[in-house]
Design a binder for this molecule. Structure first.
Ligand SMILES: Nc1nc2c(c(=O)[nH]1)N[C@H]1C(S)=C(S)[C@@H](COP(=O)(O)OP(=O)(O)OC[C@H]3O[C@@H](n4cnc5c(=O)[nH]c(N)nc54)[C@H](O)[C@@H]3O)O[C@H]1N2
Ligand SMILES: Nc1nc2c(c(=O)[nH]1)N[C@H]1C(S)=C(S)[C@@H](COP(=O)(O)OP(=O)(O)OC[C@H]3O[C@@H](n4cnc5c(=O)[nH]c(N)nc54)[C@H](O)[C@@H]3O)O[C@H]1N2
Ligand SMILES: [Mo]
Length: 563
């Protein structure tokens, strides 16, 4: 199991972005690729233009669904049903790659047994996807050699997010779509360098390079290397930490996250922040979270510093300083080193390159990578090196698992459907989902400071199906209040057929209408990732206030035109 779990645990693409254009079947699930990953979407468009078949599984009509052979518009939160029914068809119709399964995997029988019950006809009742479309998708996926899966938050931001990922991995393993070009299992990472942050050990369970904190040999290695005693206990996951702020967590050092905007059920977090004893925020901009800070360290943005970024395909690339940080702002690493040394450490790093060298020294995956090597091997358009890259001579790794599933075996995981934590009922009759748009970036601290982007989308909105709106006496563009068990926000209602009836959708970007005042902080049992994608909500019309009348956010292809 070692290989697959390391890869899936690392959450990196098994394959590379450049391979997408040569894929013959693209299975895009829970990813609004053209808005959230436009460069990767370009590769997908290129594949489709070449003749590849694309299937989009998404509750909303998104731009990608307009070029897909089929749009499987499932009900939010029903992916395990859908994916198990694909596995059902693959098993029943003898499409599984028995040879690959025997050589490379363990645990297939349990999955075969579990999915027996997940017939396409039953799946249709739960997911809303026609049984025939399920059969067709299963056959196309299983019988196409170059078939890749691409997924993002529509899969992970659920209380059954881990089950969704396992159900996808089962499909990859049973069809043997692994260790080959243009195939595999490809989570598209979110923030710039979120991959690099994970690689560097910014997670509660790993040291750099996905070496487990509870492995005594690893612990001993780092105690020697860093010269300090280390704990073998995994740390807390983000969602759990946020619930402990002001309770067992008395002090908080926040760097590069606008927590009171982006964490679920954020009013509870605000209470915790008010009860905390000391809060430091290291930020290039004043944001919602700096309101709670005792100290703000002004830091710099990407163009103001040296370093490396690692993207979703494990490619470590150099970033170079273009301008000096303004005023008192400084590079993050310099601030952290000063903090460490003021606390009694003796860190002597003189450059970002020194910091990277220390990381690479103890983590095999990157030991062949250094700023010096990256600087010496610039060959456009393919810059950087893809890990694993264990030695200075190693060329880097384009796709993983070429020689079988590394040293271990891919472990199947039988998963059963569990409904989302909170579903619509008589009081809260609508299903609310949240996400992002092309024009703004997460907390929008950066994009709302840019006049062009702000002109495109200057105020918050919710998308509601005209039928649901009319039932509630809501006209297109009326101001409404969205209420859940946790709180309420005001935003403009837009009639939209992008969303299904009985579903509403809103972006997370707007500080004055924080989606996270209403989202559910129930977490996945394994990762604690919150259920941002499903909660129960109700919508009522409110009087237009004098302020806050902004521009219509626009639509890219007209499906959300007023009825
Ligand atoms: N322009 C822009 N780009 C960004 C960002 C940004 O804020 N703005 N943020 C970056 C970050 S941090 C991230 S993590 C990525 C996220 O990238 P995405 O995950 O693509 O972004 P989301 O808007 O969350 O969209 C998730 C998709 O999943 C669908 N979905 C919702 N619920 C379900 C479900 O139950 N099942 C299925 N199958 N699908 C579902 C939604 O309809 C949507 O199309 O984007 C990154 N790129
Ligand atoms: N409702 C809902 N909520 C969500 C999501 C959702 O889909 N729905 N998605 C979730 C996801 S996937 C994510 S990733 C989060 C994102 O949420 P956040 O991480 O809070 O959002 P960002 O805007 O990416 O960045 C946070 C801060 O980093 C600062 N920053 C930028 N560059 C630097 C730098 O170089 N150094 C330092 N120190 N700071 C910097 C920015 O100014 C900003 O204030 O939101 C999550 N919240
Ligand atoms: Mo993200």
């Amino acid at each position: 199991m070692a290989g697959l779990v390391t890869t899936f645990g690392a959450g990196a693409m098994t394959n590379s972005i450049g391979e997408i254009r040569n894929a013959d079947f693209l299975f895009v699930i829970g990813s609004n690729t053209s808005e959230a990953h436009p460069i990767i979407a370009m590769e997908m468009k290129r594949a489709v233009r070449r003749g590849a078949t694309m299937v989009v599984a998404d509750p909303r009509k998104i731009w990608m669904s307009t070029i897909a052979e089929k749009h499987l518009q499932l009900r939010p939160g029903t992916d395990v049903w859908f994916l198990n029914s694909l596995a059902h068809v693959i098993c029943e119709e003898g499409l599984a790659d028995e040879d690959f399964i025997a050589k490379n995997t363990e645990g297939f029988e349990a999955v075969r047994e579990t999915v027996r019950r997940y017939t396409p006809e039953e799946a249709e009742k739960v997911t809303g996807i026609p049984a025939e479309d399920i059969r067709w998708t299963a056959r196309e996926y299983a019988t196409t050699e170059k078939a890749g899966i691409y997924y993002t938050l529509g899969i992970t931001e659920h209380t059954h997010g881990t089950d969704n990922v396992y159900a996808l991995a089962n499909l990859v393993l049973m069809t043997g779509h692994l260790g080959k070009p243009s195939s595999g299992m490809n989570p598209l990472r979110g923030q710039n360098n979120v991959q690099g942050a994970n690689d560097a050990g910014a997670t509660p369970i790993f040291y750099p390079g996905y070496q487990r904190v509870d492995d005594p040999a690893v612990q001993a290695k780092y105690e020697k290397s860093w010269g300090v005693k280390l704990s073998p206990e995994p740390g807390l996951n983000l969602n759990i930490m946020m619930k402990e702020v002001g309770k067992s967590i008395k002090g908080l050092f926040v760097m590069g996250e606008d927590v009171v905007l982006s964490e679920p059920n954020c009013m509870e977090l605000e209470k915790g922040m008010n009860a905390a004893e000391f809060i430091v925020v290291q930020e290039p901009f004043l944001n919602q979270t700096t309101r709670f800070a005792d100290v703000v360290f002004p830091s710099s943005v990407f163009a103001e510093k040296e370093g490396v970024f690692t993207n979703s395909e494990r490619r470590v690339q150099r970033v170079r300083k273009a301008v000096d940080p303004p005023g008192h702002a400084r590079e993050d690493w310099r601030i952290l080193i000063d903090m460490a040394n003021a606390s009694g450490a003796r860190w002597a790093f003189e450059s970002a390159a020194d910091v990277y060298d220390e990381l690479a020294r103890d983590a095999d995956k990157f030991s062949g990578i250094s700023h010096a090597r990256l600087d010496a091997t610039v060959s456009l358009p393919k810059t950087g090196l893809q890990w694993p890259c264990p030695t200075p001579e190693h060329p880097g790794t384009t796709f993983l698992h070429e020689e079988g599933i590394l040293r271990g075996k891919g472990l199947f995981q039988a998963v059963e459907y569990r409904p989302s934590a909170e579903l619509p009922d008589e009081t809260y009759g609508l299903l609310l989902s949240t996400g992002r748009t092309l024009y703004h970036y997460n907390s929008a601290t950066q994009t709302r400071r840019e006049t062009g982007l702000d002109a495109k989308q200057s105020e918050a909105w919710i998308e509601i199906h005209p039928r649901d709106a009319k039932k509630r006496g809501i006209e297109d563009r009326d101001m409404v209040e969205v209420t859940t068990r946790r709180g309420s926000v005001r935003a403009r209602a837009l009639y939209s057929r992008q969303v299904q009836p009985r579903c509403i959708w809103m972006p997370l970007h707007f500080a004055e209408a924080r989606a996270n005042l209403v989202t559910n902080d129930a977490g996945d049992p394994v990762t604690d990732t919150a259920e941002y994608k499903v909660c129960a909500a109700e919508v009522t019309k409110v009087e237009e206030s004098a302020a806050g009348v902004g521009l219509y956010p626009g639509s890219f292809y007209g499906v959300d035109a007023p009825a």
